[in-house]
Write a protein that binds this ligand. Sequence first.
Ligand code: NAP
Length: 249
Amino acid sequence: MMHPILLVTGGSRGIGAATAILGAARGYQVVITYLANKAAAETVVQTIQDAGGKALAVQADVGIEADVLRLFKTIDLQLGTITALANNAGMLEKQMRLDQMSVARWQRVLNANVIGSFLCAREAVLRMSTRHGGKGGAIVNLSSAASRIGSPNEFIDYAAAKGAVDSMTIGLAKEVATEGVRVNAVRPGLIYTDIHVSAGEPGRVERAKAGVPMQRGGTAEEVAEAVLWLLSDQASYVTGTLMDVTGGR
Ligand code: NAP
């Protein structure tokens, strides 16, 4: 059988990179996207190829419709029809109170995290759904424990964006449940990646880990395991689920 195609947005670093590498090891042909860090994306592609897998990196800002359309067209033409999407690209900005935030910031945060996830989900459903002639598939949205914690004094805008991702997961799962497409979300807690640098606190996981019942941060690989299980046929009766990967937080 042909190797199924997995798209991991934001696959150049962190959780996305771990998902891409583990996905390739599980037999997927992997497409990763990156925003600006081409060198990091090329390193992930090389790692997968060195292990005997197939991978392609495409530059695309998930918050820009033309970029997402070009991304999916590239996959259609170069590899074929995707059956798995890890809707992973996401970002946050410097920690601050809501009463200090600008409209421009809210537009950036909501655009990248919400519109970006919606755009990729739309293009995936148009290819996967039996309603559109597809052969089915699975989508996993990367949400965050922030959606239920709210992230006070840090990034309520990001938390709210992930709340929107949760709602989209629930609604879209029901919308396409009879069309061969499963939609779930993974909500990581405190994971060791560079996203905390964007928050202005590279040591955020170390500082906050005492509040985690398991008393430690998580690894990108631990999150990737959950994403790949939800994408797999082993999760064939699981849809509309928000799976926390938080060490109990
Ligand atoms: P990360 O280490 O900061 O990596 C972010 C990835 O997304 C990079 O590949 C980056 O590309 C890409 N990216 C950022 N903005 C993008 C855009 N507008 N369009 C396309 N790609 C974009 O992040 P991470 O910690 O692995 O997080 C991955 C996902 O998990 C995100 O959705 C995040 O919100 C979620 N999450 C993370 C944590 C955590 O503690 N780390 C917790 C909960 C949820 P470049 O390499 O080109 O910059």
